[in-house]
Structure formats: structure tokens, C-alpha cells
Design a protein around this ligand. Structure first.
Ligand SMILES: Cc1cc2nc3c(=O)[nH]c(=O)nc-3n(C[C@H](O)[C@H](O)[C@H](O)COP(=O)(O)O)c2cc1C
Length: 180
């Protein structure tokens, strides 16, 4: 059986969102999917992928520029293919307590990619974070890791089940061109 191929692309400045993307990729690979995890600016083509997960870090209420650029670049080609979007993230536990809707850039991605869902995960701010504002925030006690790997993995397993279910149906349409 051909394993469905999934691209997990992310926009990350200080590595927290990259880590979430890796957890998603590992959970999906454990479910038998063929997964590639790449920074969004390195994901030049979406050819050959049956599904895409796109994530972006949040800075001053904006979705990471690489994730926004990926959306603009690939929206036409991704039409009709399953896409999910995630954001990261609040430096507290609010993302675990309630659903946090997408900021405008992520909402645009949901719309343009006809995404099947969006989720906000908690973020991470460590002493290694990039930028003087980030370092100041750490000094002021606002740092920490709020990413909750168990929630990320549970979300990824849910997506994997949907992708596998869909592949079971659409693989019969030989030549449908879904993955070009
Ligand atoms: C200057 C600055 C601004 C931030 N603005 C937001 C924000 O508007 N909303 C939010 O949820 N998190 C915000 N955060 C938290 C980041 O999204 C969080 O640290 C995230 O994990 C960073 O991802 P990255 O490590 O992949 O770059 C901000 C962090 C910094 C340093």
C-alpha cells in the first residue's frame, strides 16, 4: 500500500514552533504516514504531497511571515487537498483552557487554503530566544515552555486518521492529479 505523503511546514523565529512541527511529524509518522517536516521558506514545492499542515509563530498578533508567504505561494496548487493550520503561541496555559481563534494572517490562510481546521498551541520563550524584546521578556519572568506535547500529538493523530481515511477512498481515482 502506498503511504500518504504529508508536508508539515512551519514559520518559526526561535525554534518553538519548529519543535511543534517536529512533534506533529513524529506522531503522523508513527501512524504510518510518510512525513516531511520543513521550514516554510524551504518548502519550495507541494508536489507529491497528499496533505499539508502549516504552522506559524505569533509575534505581536501577527502570523510568521514565512507561513503567510507559503500560503500566497501555494494556495492555488493546494486547492482540493486536505490542509490544516496551527499557530503558536500564548506564553501561558490559555491555549489549553480554551479555543484561541486565528490572528488575521492565519485566518487568511484558513480561507485561502480552505483549511479543515485551525488550532492555537501554547508557545515557548527561552533564554535562547531571538531578539532583544524576547530577552527582556525572559528577564522579566515571562519566559517558559507552554507547548503541551500531548495535546499536539493528540491533534496530529486525529489528522493522521483523517488523511488515512481519505487516502483509502481517493487512491482509487487513479490520475485524479490530486498530488501534482
Ligand atoms: C516580541 C514577542 C511578541 C509576541 N507576541 C505574541 C502574540 O501576539 N501572541 C501570542 O500568542 N504570542 C506572542 N509571543 C509568544 C511567541 O509566539 C512564542 O514565544 C512562540 O513560541 C515563538 O515561536 P518560535 O520560537 O517558533 O519563534 C510573542 C513573543 C515575543 C518575544
Amino acid at each position: 500500500m502506498v503511504r500518504p505523503r504529508v508536508l508539515v511546514a512551519f514559520g518559526s523565529k526561535s525554534g518553538g514552533t519548529a519543535g511543534i512541527a517536529q512533534w506533529i511529524g513524529a506522531a503522523m509518522a508513527a501512524d504510518g504516514l510518510d512525513v516531511v517536516v520543513l521550514p516554510a521558506d524551504k518548502a519550495r514545492s507541494v508536489a507529491g504531497f497528499d496533505a499539508v499542515v502549516l504552522g506559524g509563530a505569533l509575534y505581536a498578533n501577527r502570523w510568521h511571515a514565512d507561513a503567510r508567504r507559503f500560503t500566497r505561494r501555494h494556495s492555488k496548487r493546494l486547492r482540493g487537498r486536505p490542509v490544516w493550520v496551527f499557530s503558536s503561541g500564548p506564553l501561558d496555559r490559555t491555549a489549553e483552557e480554551r479555543d484561541i481563534g486565528p490572528v488575521p494572517g492565519a485566518a487568511k490562510a484558513v480561507e485561502r487554503l480552505a483549511a479543515r481546521g485551525h488550532i492555537t498551541f501554547g508557545g515557548r520563550l527561552g533564554p535562547d530566544s531571538q531578539g532583544w524584546i524576547a530577552k527582556k521578556m525572559v528577564q522579566n519572568g515571562r519566559g517558559g515552555d507552554f507547548r503541551a506535547p500531548d495535546l499536539v500529538e493528540a491533534w496530529a493523530h486525529g489528522l493522521a486518521a483523517q488523511i488515512k481515511g481519505q487516502a483509502g477512498h481517493s487512491r482509487h481515482d487513479a490520475g485524479s492529479g490530486a498530488a501534482t
